[in-house]
Design a protein around this ligand. Sequence first.
Ligand SMILES: Nc1ncnc2c1ncn2[C@@H]1O[C@H](COP(=O)(O)OP(=O)(O)OP(=O)(O)O)[C@@H](O)[C@H]1O
Ligand SMILES: Nc1nc2c(ncn2[C@@H]2O[C@H](COP(=O)(O)O)[C@@H](O)[C@H]2O)c(=O)[nH]1
Length: 225
Amino acid sequence: MSAETPKKPENIVIIEPHIARRGLLYIISSPSGAGKTTLARRLLAVDSNIEMSVSVTTRAPRPGERDGVDYHFVDRDKFEMMKSRGELLEWARVFDNHYGTPRALVEDTIHAGKDVLFDIDWQGAQQLSEKLPNDVVRVFVLPPSGGVLEDRLKSRAQDSAETVARRMAAASSEISHWPEYDYVIVNTELERSVAAAHAILTAERLKRARLLGLSDFVRDMQAVL
Ligand SMILES: Nc1ncnc2c1ncn2[C@@H]1O[C@H](COP(=O)(O)OP(=O)(O)OP(=O)(O)O)[C@@H](O)[C@H]1O
Ligand SMILES: Nc1nc2c(ncn2[C@@H]2O[C@H](COP(=O)(O)O)[C@@H](O)[C@H]2O)c(=O)[nH]1
């Protein structure tokens, strides 16, 4: 031990209580291009106890997108089959394509004691909120302005001019759903947005109603006081 390292007093025991907690479903929505995918990736990088829900979609892959990583790319028949078999927890048509959340990964992740992160639109957020009202945490991401939103869609350089125009035309209607969310992040500076998204996750994990093992923990403590 170096001279600078303070010595831990012998009579102090650091207790790290393991208190059982309900897993949460962390939903990020935004108008296309506001930055939710970027934010979601950064959140996964700073927190190892949350897993991404990889959606199925009938949309064609963008350059660089990988099947099974960014999405499960499926045709319309496969999508409909998954729907009819009850394999999707929620689904929606967005910009002429179909998107859905595979149920199995969400259930497996929750059972494994981890939280699940969703990059889904307002329709999906509504469906999950109806099915699991106590487990969802909903975050809406706004761009700093309409002009910045358009710049981001264009500078991403992965969609045609027509696609960018269609997404901009839908932006106002999508933004109108912000009051349905628990939190709103204006994504101006990415680092601040990542910090805000992580702060929300940390605080939501500490909510008393989610700490299933808290009563036992407190009772055991009181028993020896
Ligand atoms: N805070 C930020 N500052 C500058 N650029 C950003 C910021 N956040 C995201 N971007 C950039 O904006 C573009 C759009 O971001 P992203 O793809 O994450 O949006 P999205 O909301 O997931 O869009 P979509 O719904 O179409 O998938 C990307 O090029 C990304 O690098
Ligand atoms: N309801 C759902 N919406 C989803 C899902 N996966 C993605 N999305 C949303 O679709 C749009 C377009 O996404 P893009 O990758 O084509 O730009 C965007 O708002 C996503 O959040 C899903 O499983 N369910």
